[in-house]
Design a protein around this ligand. Structure first.
Ligand SMILES: NC(=O)C1=CN([C@@H]2O[C@H](COP(=O)(O)OP(=O)(O)OC[C@H]3O[C@@H](n4cnc5c(N)ncnc54)[C@H](O)[C@@H]3O)[C@@H](O)[C@H]2O)C=CC1
Ligand SMILES: O=C(O)C(=O)Cc1ccc(O)cc1
Length: 307
């Protein structure tokens, strides 16, 4: 599909892209750049690309497609760095979990004639770094684009075809709508997970060993999300601040109402809410959207009697 694809940032997302691009033969040349020499060396040892450089400008030179896969707080710095080396007619995209901030950071640096199309694959895991990636990551997952008013439809179609070949389904929306939607379906769940695991850790009467020992229950699901990359999630919180605060305010109100129902023994209210939420889970499963992330690194502690 492309002569040369440049991947800037080679963590979970960048390395998954490298692997699927190679498997599907989507580029003749994959150029990889990342800031830290150790990460670049690891990418080279894993044979993720065809050329490697800590200088992003070297990587993007002559590239037809440039995919920026760095924490959202670094998007502006990367755009500024690569701008002078971008080829006319090239497609520049990203994979960041927030979109208004990425558009605001990158747009000012995009040269005339370069097609900038912000994107976000709704696919990931709690793991990070070049070893964490795998080629099936994007299979049957959504990839959302937030095109700008002057986005060239042909460039958008070409990028959509690329992501379809990576296994994804495509949707488009405004950056504002994206950020509000993702605040509730992705950002809040992670924040809640960080919070509940932090609360458990702070409890004096629940020792750390008990948290580990009994975490086969619902708590375990929270610990997976709460193991996600701290830099990435710090940036998401700082760069989707308004939408997250809006959703947190609603969440807190609903939590207070739930707290009140428990305090006053309002079983009907609890039953109604739990019935409504159960239906949501079931409709997600029916829609085929219940793909669990791979079980990398999870230690299943067998019950002694089951052995
Ligand atoms: N982890 C996930 O589940 C998902 C992450 N995303 C988004 O994808 C982007 C990348 O996330 P991951 O691949 O998970 O992170 P990661 O931590 O696995 O990889 C980030 C990469 O960016 C590099 N990097 C950091 N700052 C840089 C800079 N200033 N210049 C050049 N390279 C730099 C790092 O060295 C690393 O190679 C983030 O914007 C994140 O919001 C999107 C969907 C899912
Ligand atoms: O690991 C999980 O459950 C995720 O939700 C992964 C994820 C994290 C961030 C995104 O922007 C999209 C997907």
């Amino acid at each position: 599909m492309f002569e040369k694809i440049a991947l800037i940032g080679i963590g979970l997302i960048g390395s998954s892209l490298a692997r699927v691009i190679r498997r599907e033969g989507l580029a003749r040349h994959i150029a990889i750049s990342t800031r830290r020499p150790e990460t670049l060396k690891r990418a080279e040892n894993l044979q993720l690309g065809d050329s490697y450089s800590t200088d992003a400008r070297t990587a993007v030179r002559d590239a037809d497609l440039i995919i920026v896969s760095v924490p959202v707080g670094a998007s502006g710095t990367v755009a500024e760095e690569i701008a002078p080396a971008l080829k006319k007619g090239a497609i520049l995209t990203d994979v960041g979990s927030t979109k208004q901030s990425v558009v605001a950071q990158m747009s000012p640096f995009v040269p005339e004639g370069v097609h900038f199309i912000p994107g976000h694959p709704l696919a990931g895991t709690e793991n990070s770094g070049p070893d964490a990636g795998f080629p099936d990551l994007f299979d049957n997952r959504w990839c959302i684009f937030t095109p700008l008013p002057d986005t060239d439809p042909l460039a958008l179609e070409k990028l959509s075809t690329f992501w379809r070949r990576c296994g994804s389904n495509i949707d488009t929306m405004t950056p504002e709508h994206h950020d509000m939607t993702l605040a509730i379906v992705s950002h809040l769940p992670h924040i809640i997970a960080y919070n509940i695991v932090g609360t458990a850790d702070d409890l004096a009467n629940v020792t750390k060993s008990e948290v580990i020992k009994y975490s086969a229950s619902g708590f375990r699901d929270f610990t997976r999300l709460a193991a996600s990359d701290p830099t990435m999630w710090r940036d998401v919180c700082l760069h989707n601040k308004d939408a997250i605060l809006e959703m947190l305010a609603r969440f807190s109100e609903d939590l207070s109402s739930l707290q009140r129902a428990i305090r006053w023994g309002d079983g009907d209210k609890l039953f109604d809410l739990f019935t409504r939420t159960r239906a949501i889970r079931r409709s997600i499963i029916q829609a085929g959207q219940d793909i669990d992330v791979p079980d990398f690194g999870r230690q299943v502690v067998e019950h002694p009697e089951k052995k």
